[in-house]
Design a protein around this ligand. Structure first.
Ligand code: FAD
Length: 459
């Protein structure tokens, strides 16, 4: 059987390794972390909240070991703010299938431990470019799934597709225990976003922690110099959570009671940094002239703002495996690598990076109209605003569904008209009246009465 080498024991590399081993390929996975190192000494590389299409492939491979225990992401709740504490509107969309965010340390530990029994060889080694050349000489195909580590520089940045050449947000992530797994007034457990037009975004993801199970993974996406941009000096999980609570108290007071008594889940469960969103070429050339192909974050790395990196990695890995199988005994050359990546890019990569980048920019008019038309969604209604909110939410699962609608006024209007069964303007006017009413109320010193806006209690 053909020989395939994979570098990296993150989600993308391990899923590809399991899938190829199951299909009878001779797989060798090179990892600079042992299973124990993953579990006991590493930080998670991200939150990696995943939605149905990505999870479906894990089920298909039989590696979904935490599906029944892990907290479910049942939907998405967004609060849009202009200048806090003013809240402009809320969206409460339900997912048709629950999402999951599994602690990547637990996941890589298990998937790496199980790999030899699945038929693959595991080599504990930090692979250099020189070694990569030797590995490529011994294999029919070599896949680099090394995340954003140095080896990614083998693959030239694709300037046209990358859009940005520097980070758009300063990031902080902290895993917490002790928070109620829900919010008063929300009839489901959401990923809860708070978006502040001038400052950045914060969001709370239901999470399955390696020791504590159901927990919250909190992300802070700060625009430089704004009031969320305070984590640069954080040196520990404790410091990150302390700053996070201060941010919540001052900028997201409606979530403060929920967060006030949270504690850090473990000393390694935090990150502070930034990501330059980057799309790379699908072919890397080694000193010998041999070629290797990238997978996961090595190929496409995104800001975590819309939770798409790991989802995209799963879809890329599935596409790669299907293309390997379909290619039979022919050579895995540069042309095949390019065709393989282009198939992923057309179906998933392009809409996903566009959707993700939309969150980094001021919302286009089309998106604003969709959000106003869904005003009133609360996760239990079944009318037009709820259907629009649910459709928006489904875009996190598959960004090919609605990204055009959020970005194109004509498509947004057609979409609103289709869901409301009337002229699009009526749907927008109805929502705008509700938003306007609550703005007046807030200007007069009252609390907004958005559906689900009073979420300070616990359930
Ligand atoms: C704060 C944050 C939150 C996020 N939230 C989400 C989310 O909610 N949803 C979502 O879909 N995505 C999210 N992401 C993105 C997601 O976490 C990543 O896309 C995903 O984990 C990347 O997986 P990977 O396997 O490509 O790379 P990695 O997880 O980085 O794994 C690469 C592996 O390769 C190893 N390696 C590197 N170099 C070498 C070498 N030379 N030799 C041997 N091994 C090597 C590394 O040690 C590592 O184990 C988030 C990212 C961040 C930073």
């Amino acid at each position: 059987m053909r020989r395939i080498a994979i570098i990296g024991s993150g989600q993308a590399g391990l899923l590809a390794a399991h899938a190829l081993a199951q299909r009878g390929y001779t797989v060798t996975l090179y990892t600079d972390r042992s299973p124990q190192e993953w579990l006991e000494r590493c930080r998670p590389t991200g939150t990696a909240g995943r939605f149905e299409p990505a999870l479906a492939w894990e089920r298909e491979l039989g590696v979904d070991h935490w599906q029944s225990d892990a907290a479910s992401i049942e939907g998405v709740h967004l609060t849009f703010c202009l200048a806090p504490p003013n809240r402009l509107l809320t969206l409460a969309g339900k997912l048709a299938h629950p999402g999951k965010a599994i602690d990547l340390r637990l996941q890589s530990h298990r998937w790496l431990t199980d790999l030899p029994a699945a038929g693959a060889e595991v080599v504990h080694e930090s692979v250099t470019v020189e070694r990569l050349d030797a590995i490529a000489a011994q294999n029919d195909l070599t896949v680099v799934a090394a995340g954003r580590a140095d080896l990614c520089n083998l693959f030239p940045r694709d300037a046209a597709r990358s859009v940005y050449d520097k980070p758009q947000r300063k990031l902080a992530m902290i895993i917490t225990k002790g928070g109620a797994m829900g919010f008063g007034g929300v009839p489901f457990v959401p990923v809860k976003f708070n978006l502040f037009a001038p400052w950045g975004e914060v969001f709370w993801v239901p999470y399955h922690h390696r020791d504590h199970g159901p927990t919250w993974n909190m992300l802070f996406e700060a625009r430089e110099g704004g009031p969320l941009d305070r984590f640069g000096g954080a040196r520990s999980a404790e410091e990150t959570l302390k700053i996070g609570k201060e941010v919540i108290r001052e900028c997201v007071p409606w979530d403060y009671e929920w967060a006030r008594d949270m504690e850090v889940a473990d000393p390694n469960g935090w990150l502070v940094g930034a990501v330059t969103p980057t799309v790379r070429a699908p072919v890397g050339r080694l000193p010998s002239g041999r070629v290797v192909t990238p997978l996961g974050d090595t190929a496409v790395s995104m800001d975590p703002i819309a939770g798409q990196g790991a989802n995209s990695g799963n879809k890329m890995a599935k596409n790669l495996v299907e293309r390997i199988v379909a290619h039979g005994d022919r050579p895995f050359d540069a042309a095949w690598m390019t065709d393989t990546f282009e198939a992923y890019w057309a179906r998933h990569g392009s809409p996903t990076t566009r959707f993700n980048n939309l969150f980094l920019e001021p919302l286009p008019d089309a998106g604003k109209q969709v959000l106003v038309a869904q005003y009133g969604s609360n996760g239990v209604r079944t009318d037009a605003p709820q259907k629009i909110a649910d459709a928006f939410c489904a875009n996190f699962e598959d960004p090919a569904r609605c990204t055009d609608i959020i970005d194109d006024t004509g498509k947004a209007r057609a979409f609103i008209g289709e869901h409301t069964g009337s002229h699009w303007l009526l749907g927008v006017l109805r929502g705008a009246m509700g938003v306007g009413r609550e703005q007046i109320r807030q200007q007069l010193g009252g609390q907004p009465r958005h559906p689900l806006a009073g979420m300070t209690g616990r359930v």
